[in-house]
Design a protein around this ligand. Structure first.
Ligand SMILES: CC(C)(COP(=O)(O)OP(=O)(O)OC[C@H]1O[C@@H](n2cnc3c(N)ncnc32)[C@H](O)[C@@H]1OP(=O)(O)O)[C@@H](O)C(=O)NCCC(=O)NCCS
Length: 214
């Protein structure tokens, strides 16, 4: 297979580049280059905090992603329930209760994620609503959302941060350095797998587990 056959819709104008159409090779080439310029398709990708009014587009991102990306791991009833619980109103109140970030391609919202205290704790935190539109997955947008969340004060103050991961996203969180909570690899009664990232330095000074979020 030639490089161009890898991704025939590669939008980069440099068709003569040996990496053209080969996303992994292209990203590696840019990461290793002296100037660290972003790859062509990431040039317009940006990140910012949620603003009032974003809830409609964010709800659309979550609903589309649930329907397309999560539907092979869950029953239609489970997906329908989750779609119902991500209305613009619910998204707005979730964003209000957390530090919520969005990813954009130009002006279009393409992904989101938030971090909040674990049941109100100031020493443990919890990731919420990490979703990337299907057509933008695999382009390091999820990784950059996690980087934004991990640079947030709610992550930095916590000795551990938990996530209730969909079955679909477990491999992603493992890649991001999260570990199975209490070694449990199967989903709990709400259908999610519990993973956590521990700040060893903070944990070693004796901050105790608080809260009881399941
Ligand atoms: C899970 C999700 C957020 C990942 O976002 P993404 O932008 O596709 O991920 P990235 O491209 O940033 O991937 C970062 C790394 O994780 C890896 N990765 C991503 N998803 C993975 C998966 N499901 N299994 C294993 N590895 C995965 C990538 O290969 C990449 O590794 P690399 O850096 O070595 O190349 C996205 O696929 C998604 O929205 N999924 C559906 C919704 C969902 O389940 N969200 C989680 C709710 S808890």
């Amino acid at each position: 297979m030639t490089a161009t056959e890898n991704n025939l819709s590669c939008p980069c104008k440099k068709k003569s580049c040996p990496c053209h159409g080969d996303c992994k090779a292209c990203r590696r080439h840019h990461a290793e280059s002296k100037h660290k310029r972003p790859v062509y398709c990431d040039k317009k990708i940006s990140f910012r905090k949620f603003r009032k009014g974003d809830e409609f587009a964010v709800s659309d991102v979550i609903v589309t992603t649930l329907a397309v990306s999560n539907s092979s791991d869950y029953s239609p009833e489970f997906i329908a329930e989750n779609i119902k619980s991500h209305s613009p109103q619910v998204v707005a109140s979730r964003a209000d209760e957390s530090h919520f970030y969005i990813a954009l391609d130009g002006k279009k919202i393409i992904g989101c994620g938030g971090i909040t205290g674990y049941w109100g704790s100031k020493t443990e935190s919890y990731l919420v609503s990490v979703f990337i539109l299907p057509e933008y997955q695999g382009r390091a947008v999820g990784r950059r959302i996690i980087e934004a969340l991990e640079a947030d004060e709610y992550f930095l103050r916590a000795w551990r941060t938990e996530v209730g991961s969909s079955l679909t996203a477990v491999g992603f969180y493992l890649k991001m350095g999260y570990k199975y909570k209490n070694g449990l690899t199967s989903p709990d009664s709400s259908g999610v797998v519990r993973l956590e990232k521990i700040n060893e330095e903070k944990a070693s000074v004796g901050v105790q587990r608080q809260g009881c979020r399941q």
